[in-house]
Design a protein around this ligand. Structure first.
Ligand SMILES: Cc1ncc(COP(=O)(O)O)c(C=O)c1O
Length: 411
């Protein structure tokens, strides 16, 4: 097999050369071909909005739906595009009617804004929210499944969890968690914000009732691209968050644009009545969705397995280099339990605002994450990250004085 020239691959990503970019976990940068494609689409939209929305975009939207669904392991009929994973989770949390009284169960490491989303849903429907403690440094996925199942009760209506944890990058055994919940009649909603690309995701195999994720992070699609994949048996459980022309597929439009046959048939808009019911929000710029095939094509050139192998190499390098400062590892190294994010515990007493300031003063882009009992530094290392960038982070941490010389070396 030919060795991939990762430096050449990096040169195809639009990145500020003065910045050490270690935060793909929050926002992915754009490869040049993806930027060019979304710009071309926006130019078409700008030049002839009616022509774009009415004639040019529908076949492109269907193509994007087919390509994205094939990439994720679902079908175009069950793929609802959203602007991001937050929108997808809001759609589910607001559009799903649950039996009250009861509870929404989630891990204690969920993303803050998504916790609020479920808190509001619970409040509106007379439910409660309960969390269970995740064993975040385990080397055995079964331990995570045991922690979750032990917390499930006959009152549990929804199990919500991240496929990949935001603060540490721990990969959860999503398929097993969904199976245990299903066995107990509990609806599963998975926050897969980081999953596409970072792990070899097959949405159908995970078999969640609702799988939500981002395409703007690790797939490097433009900001504005996320999705909800609807699991079998859940086709008609959601109300839309946003009522628009998709609401009454049978009433509009009429005449030559009349709907085809049935809720899952491709319609003239590049959707199906079912996807449009949930997806269509009125006039908006959905060029990011149409550029998703370009993002899939870009990383396909290198091969997703080769990309993940490179990411694993960088994870090892990160553990060694940052671990050498004595910072305890906060992400398990075991294969299958981590991917392109590696987190470290910062010394007690570190000031998060001061550290953030110090890092950015040295042009290092990396999140400092405040957890209830600890402070974490999360390194994102996608295929375009270089060893020199990890070295630079270590150098900067030393310069700022972040090291634990007396503690044990990294596990
Ligand atoms: C686990 C998780 N859920 C949700 C989000 C929200 O993502 P977005 O702002 O793209 O909706 C993030 C963002 O980092 C995340 O890590």
């Amino acid at each position: 097999m030919n060795r991939i020239d990762w430096a050449a691959a990096r040169a195809r990503i639009i990145l500020d050369p003065t910045v050490t970019m270690l935060n793909t976990g929050s926002f992915g940068p754009l490869p040049v071909p993806v930027f060019d494609r979304v710009t071309e689409l926006r130019r078409m939209l700008a030049a002839g909005p009616t022509n774009f929305y009415v004639r040019q975009a529908p076949p492109l939207l269907w193509e994007a739906r087919e390509r994205t669904a094939a990439f994720l392991g679902t079908t175009p009929q069950r793929l609802v595009f959203t602007s991001n994973v937050s929108a997808a989770i809001n759609l589910v949390a607001s559009g799903l009617t649950l039996n009250a009284p009861g509870e929404i169960l989630m891990s204690d490491h969920e993303y803050g804004a998504m916790i609020w989303c479920w808190e509001r849903a619970a409040q509106r429907q007379g439910l409660t929210v309960r969390t269970f403690a995740l064993p975040t440094m385990t080397n055995d996925p079964a331990e995570i499944v045991r922690a979750a199942t032990a917390a499930m009760t006959p009152r549990t209506r929804v199990l919500f969890f991240s496929h990949v944890l935001s603060p540490t990058g721990l990969v959860l055994p999503a398929k097993e968690l969904c199976a245990e919940a299903r066995r107990r009649g509990i609806t599963t909603v998975v926050d897969g914000a980081h999953a596409p690309v970072l792990i070899p995701l097959n949405v159908s195999a995970v078999n969640a009732d609702f799988y939500c994720a981002n395409l703007h992070k690790w797939l490097l699609a433009p900001s504005g691209a996320g999705f909800l994949a609807i699991g079998p048996g859940n086709e008609d459980r959601l109300q839309p968050l946003h009522v628009s022309w998709g609401y009454h597929a049978d009433k509009y439009p009429i005449g030559e644009l009349a709907q085809s046959t049935g809720p899952d048939a491709r319609d003239v808009y590049g959707s199906t009545p079912r996807t449009r019911f949930l997806e269509f929000e009125g006039t908006r710029d959905f060029c990011p969705w149409l550029a998703v095939p370009a993002a899939i094509d870009f990383q396909s050139e290198y091969g997703f397995d080769a990309i993940r192998a490179r990411v694993a190499e960088l994870a090892e390098y990160t553990r060694r280099t940052i671990g050498a400062l004595g910072l305890p590892l906060a992400t398990p190294a075991a294969p299958g339990l981590s991917g392109a994010m590696t987190a470290f515990e910062l010394p007690r007493g570190t000031s998060a605002p001061a550290l953030r300031k110090g890092l950015w003063a040295r042009r290092v882009e990396i999140p400092v994450i405040e957890r209830p009992n600890r402070l974490l530094l999360r390194v994102s290392h996608h295929f375009y990250t270089t060893e020199a960038e990890i070295d630079r982070l270590a150098e900067v941490l030393r310069e700022i004085g972040i090291l634990m010389p007396t503690s044990a070396t990294a596990r």
